[in-house]
Design a protein around this ligand. Sequence first.
Ligand code: AMP
Length: 550
Amino acid sequence: MVSSFAELGLSEPTLKAVTELGYEEPTPIQAQTIQLMLEGVDVIAQAQTGTGKTAAFALPIIEKLDPKVRATQALVLTPTRELAVQVAEAFQSYSKYHRVSVLPVYGGQPIERQLRALERGVQVVVGTPGRILDHIRRKTLQLAPVRTVILDEADEMLNMGFIEDIETILKETSETRQTALFSATMPAPIAALARRYMHDAKRITVAAEQKTVSQIRQIYYEVGKRDKLEVLTRILDYETPTAAIVFCRTKLEVDSLGQRLTARAFAAETLHGDLNQVQRDRVMARFRSGQMELLIATDVAARGLDVEHVSHVINYDLPLELESYVHRIGRTGRAGRSGTAISLVTPRERRLWDAIQRTTSGSIQRMRLPTIGDVITRRRERFKETLRETIAEQGLEPYVIMAEELGEEYSPTDLAAAAFKLLLGAAPDETEDKLAEPDEPEKSGAKRPPKRRKDDNRMGPEHGMTRLYIDVGREEGVRPGDIVGAIANEADIPGRSIGSIEIYDHFSLVDVPSNQAQQVINALKATRIRNHKITVTLAKAEKGQNRKKR
Ligand code: AMP
């Protein structure tokens, strides 16, 4: 397989942008996709978010754009506005040394702003199917000049009820276009779509073999992207690794994490492709001898690294290649020792994480983040252990005299407590715990209302949910996917937070999180479902009468 970006046939400006982002080598999906896309071949790629799929399609698109043409040359369809923005930002960073105009187009943003930009001419449009269709109908977006269409997270678009919109959009584009489809799974309707609208498509999968890692304790934490550093330092405080390798995706992230950990008084050093052999050897010698506890590294830099006493491997960033997970964690638990592998998983990486979990035969346990209180308790337990060992080792004579002298003034308990205070430092303030998870069921033992089946809608919405009334239903052709799609897309609420949906002859009921109900009502004001203008209100109990269910 191709092992460097330079071998992929990318131009200097693109290589420069990628290098500056700290990417050391193409991920498998990039190595397999980029050349094909440069050649103009249709591609069906089975890959999760987090495997580098955005660059896999964005880099060839940027390479192939005609800079002199202002018209829209590439169209990327995404399931959510969040992803549309993310992809548009990625295009911007990858095209740092090209002049490329990119516009994210999604519901919920004032359409006027999009209209002005589209009028000026946009070379790459990234958007959700509903809003793209809207622009096509208004004739504010011409798709005839589009040469490449990307269907990103196609299975998610299917789940959200966008499949017909996608077909309508594809029909608006030229027959000679190049189409690439990216999807974590390949459900039948997606495969059928590919058959109908793609030509001689090459299939690419990034699957991984299963490996056994029985002697390693594997755990993971679900964390918000912004909390990652705080979570990592909390875990380090709790686990107190003797020697840990912390993996990041890029050189830049390695450097930045190294600096931030050093600033927090961790003995951390970094290892990545920019170090020469002498520097690398020095870092490794310090790590081997125990002079530092944390080695922050990229996959490439850690390749071939063999250190016996690594107590922890921490996936600060999940690996971009499924196989890498097993390779990474195999750096601990060497020579029959026990080891711990810890992964931080952000919400967007859920599916990638599911795929990674399937590559290992061992079970990976989700853990609740330790609280400050847990860290203190753990530290005190360790301290007591060390005290016992010190007493057992003897050699306390010089200190015994000091203890006896002070023992005439104070009680032994007060004396010991004062010494512990000095040694352990002031206890951190537990009320300042920014990462506390108060409603974690395992910990609080709080009684939750009994879980109801998703389709059991008779008793009113679940705790914390509010029921909304939408004045279109079965007779208007509405299906659950349409409602999920509209809410997710227009109000930017993930599909999984939407509760039960019931569709009646001329209206529908949907449960949404109470704190977002007003947001949904506002966002859906100017929206159409199945081309019907809709009105959304809070559902009243009496609206439930005379229901005639499908
Ligand atoms: P994606 O799957 O496109 O969402 O990418 C996941 C993450 O990996 C993003 O943060 C990218 O910036 C990063 N990334 C993509 N390609 C590479 C690469 N070749 N090396 C290192 N990081 C990468």
